[in-house]
Design a protein around this ligand. Sequence first.
Ligand code: B4P
Length: 196
Amino acid sequence: MQLIFMGPPGAGKGTQAQLLASLWNIPHISTGDILRASVVAKTALGQKAQSYMDAGDLVPDQLLMDLVQERMNQPDASAGWILDGFPRTVPQAAFFDQLLCDVPGAGPKSGKDCALRAVNLDVPDNVLVTRLLSRGRQDDNEQTIRHRLQVYREQTEPLIEFYRDRQQLVAVDGDRSMAEVTAELQQALSGDQICH
Ligand code: B4P
């Protein structure tokens, strides 16, 4: 199973990705979690990323590409994964395409039976703002949330068409209870083969 989870900030990417990865026993790879851990550990990556995250901006593509390349080369990534929060820009998506071809075992085999799926969780802005304000993470104040939504519309939303064109998009209404969203995702993805 090779899944990308997309959607605006607060759509429930992290919530659903964590749940399904544990159900299917595959790694949940969240670029947001990795970046936050790097900030806490004060690594070189964390020091470079912090100001972007605090401002609600995307961290520069090259830092994310290096991070994802390193993670995809780890042995547990060969049996499938859920990638949560990456790609978030068209250059990241193009890079990831190439990476999947280059990393032995990580890429989708050719053929429609065993392919990458890009899940988009759609949720209206007013619901997103309410959810994020009640989560209360460091970057969850109203001004930063509004900026993150704008950045999402400009830089990440075009990926919906990118994956729709490739017939890899799975669109799900995320404005329902967590259990309902999980159930729909399980149903929508149940026909997919496990990639090895
Ligand atoms: P992320 O960590 O990816 O965070 P997010 O988009 O804010 O959250 P997510 O959609 O996962 O929401 P969650 O499930 O937690 O990114 C943080 C920052 O890292 C970015 O702003 C950026 O700076 C940087 N970054 C990460 N990846 C990057 C990349 N590829 N390129 C550049 N920069 C990158 O849910 C939110 C809340 O809603 C939770 O409290 C949850 O309990 C609640 N919730 C979830 N589903 C719900 C439901 N169905 N009903 C009610 N509440 C629900």
